[in-house]
Design a protein around this ligand. Structure first.
Ligand code: ADP
Length: 521
């Protein structure tokens, strides 16, 4: 080796730079090792070391039969804060890597035979920071050919990939968990590319639509599998969700008819659009849930309510008639006070029952499209005043009406009165601590607006979107306030069928403002 050594002080040139490891290599007492002092080292070793010290890529060099070790600053962090550094420098491979020497030896031996190896994201456990760590590497062992043409050492060019392997594993685990949840919930999934109008779905989605389970299914093929009566509605809903400036939410129920088997299935599709900075939809994905049984159940519930309320109507009507006769008798004939009191109580409770039954019958009519409207032109302000006067009489709430004196509308007097009675009835019911109710009449553009303000319990803002749904009650399980959750649903249907709007503003604990508008006539 000595005749191939580099003259002084040129060898020093090769060992320049290299940060901490360069410094350590220069100051190390090499005379105590089999390599001897650097001025005796062959050019191949010096050249390799020079490359290593100047490289920012992690490298480790095993030199000679004893595999004497060198590494650079880029490799240094992989040895941990405590452990093999700095003792590995100048040490023998076998001494430094006892825990994985059997894994390393074959690769080193191949490099010494002049062969290279390559391993990707390979687990190579190593001792660092006081423990055996699971460390992943992508690395290559390559021979360093010396002046006599043989391999003098093995240069390991490597990259620790522990964090990316772990991140990938986390992603894999998350996907597995997600798929498990999707399976458990029996959901179909879909992911539409708005640029191509093609989508991928899971097996279940493909099966429900009766389409092949392949990537890139044209959206039109799926639309064709939607029942004809729902097609346009679904198409519009998809376009609305993807419109620039839309909130990107998609929630719709429709019927699928399998293209293969003809099986009909009612699904609820929920999804979300992702937009880019320019507001263009870039991704639209979501889930499908089979709600056929729920819808059937709902139908049966509606049928039951319809039959039950119709069956109850006859006996309650005749009970009401009998009670009215009884009340008249109580008034006209001399009877005991107890008799009067119980007759009055029975009357009150029967009234409540009649109202509940009316709500149920109204809902049935709405469902069957039979809630008829009988429209006339009248002054809404008068209706509001009469109605409030009437309610005030049997009540200790103070109802104040302010605003426009004349607001003529063309509407069903009885039905609009029903809406108002429902608003005020709720304002009273949900304000146990306050006695004040304000009713305001306004002109709002071409509309007449009626606002009913109370100062009661108020409503949590996140519940507001559901308030006009059928059977919806904010405190569904609490029995503090009686009710069926139908009044606002009926009111909303009545107002919408008058081409008006209905809404609410409220804060929890700060009262509510329910309002509706009707076109001025
Ligand atoms: P019901 O009063 O019979 O439950 P509604 O359809 O009239 O049914 O009202 C639906 C729900 O809206 C009620 O259960 C209640 O939780 C809430 N709500 C309605 N009006 C008010 C109000 N003025 N203040 C607070 N909550 C209200």
């Amino acid at each position: 080796m000595a005749e191939n050594t580099v003259p002084q002080p040129l060898y020093k040139k090769y060992l320049e730079g290299g940060g901490e490891m360069g410094e350590l290599i220069r100051t190390f007492d090499w005379s105590a090792t089999v390599l001897g002092t650097p001025d005796t080292w062959p050019q191949s070793l010096l050249l390799t070391l020079s490359t290593m010290l100047k490289s920012r890529f992690p490298m480790f060099l095993f030199w000679g039969k004893e595999y004497i070790q060198f590494y650079n600053d880029a490799y240094r962090p992989s040895l941990g804060a405590t452990g093999k550094h700095p003792t590995a420098l100048g040490g023998r491979g076998e001494d430094s890597w006892q825990e994985i020497w059997p894994i390393m030896t074959p690769q080193l031996e191949r490099a010494m035979r002049g062969e290279s190896t390559y391993s990707e994201n390979e687990l190579v456990p190593m001792f660092r920071d006081g423990k055996i760590d699971d460390v992943y590497w992508t690395y290559s062992y390559c021979p360093v050919i010396t002046e006599d043409g043989t391999s003098g050492g093995a240069l390991v060019i490597c990259h620790e990939t522990t964090s990316s392997v772990k991140a990938l594993k986390t992603v894999d685990d998350t996907i597995t968990k997600l798929q498990f949840a999707i399976e458990a919930a029996e959901l179909g999934t879909w992911d539409l590319d708005p640029a191509t109008n093609k989508f991928v779905g899971n097996k279940r989605t493909a099966e429900w639509f009766g389409l092949p389970h392949t990537p890139d299914i044209p959206l039109n093929n799926a639309i064709e599998a939607i029942a004809p009566e729902d097609r346009e509605r679904v198409g519009n809903s998809i376009m609305d969700a993807m419109k620039p400036g839309a909130d990107g939410n998609y929630d719709i129920s429709y019927t699928i008819v399998s293209q293969q088997t003809g099986q009909r299935r009612i699904v609820r599709a929920k999804g979300k659009v992702i937009f880019d900075a320019e507001g263009t939809a870039t991704r639209f994905s979501g889930t499908l849930q089979d709600v056929t049984d729920d819808v059937e159940m709902e139908k049966r519930k509606d049928e039951f309510i319809s039959v039950a309320s119709h069956e109850l109507k006859t006996p309650i009507t005749s009970l009401n008639a009998s009670l009215q006769i009884l009340q008249k008798l109580v008034k006209d004939e001399p009877v005991s006070d107890k008799f009067k009191m119980f007759t009055a109580k029975a009357g009150n409770n029967l009234n409540k029952l009649v109202h509940l039954l009316d709500d149920l019958l109204n809902v049935t009519k709405i469902q069957q499209g039979q809630l008829a409207l009988s429209k006339n032109r009248f002054n809404l302000t008068e209706l509001v005043k009469d109605s409030c006067d009437h309610i005030s009489q049997g009540n200790d709430h103070e109802i104040t009406v302010t605003g426009e004196d004349e607001l003529f509308v063309y509407a069903d007097y009885r039905r609009i009165d029903q809406v108002l009675v429902n608003f005020i009835g709720n304002a009273i019911k949900y304000s146990p601590q306050s006695r004040k109710i304000d009713v305001v009449l306004e002109r709002s553009g071409d509309d007449a607006k009626v606002i009913v303000k109370d100062y009661g319990i108020g409503i949590n803002p996140e519940k507001l979107p559901h308030l006009f749904d059928r059977y919806y009650r904010v405190d569904a399980l609490g029995h503090q306030f009686s009710g069926l959750g139908l009044g606002l649903y009926i009111s909303s249907d009545i107002i919408k069928r008058h081409d008006g709007n209905i809404g609410v503003d409220s804060q929890w604990g700060e009262g509510s403002q329910f309002w509706f508008t009707l076109p001025i006539d």
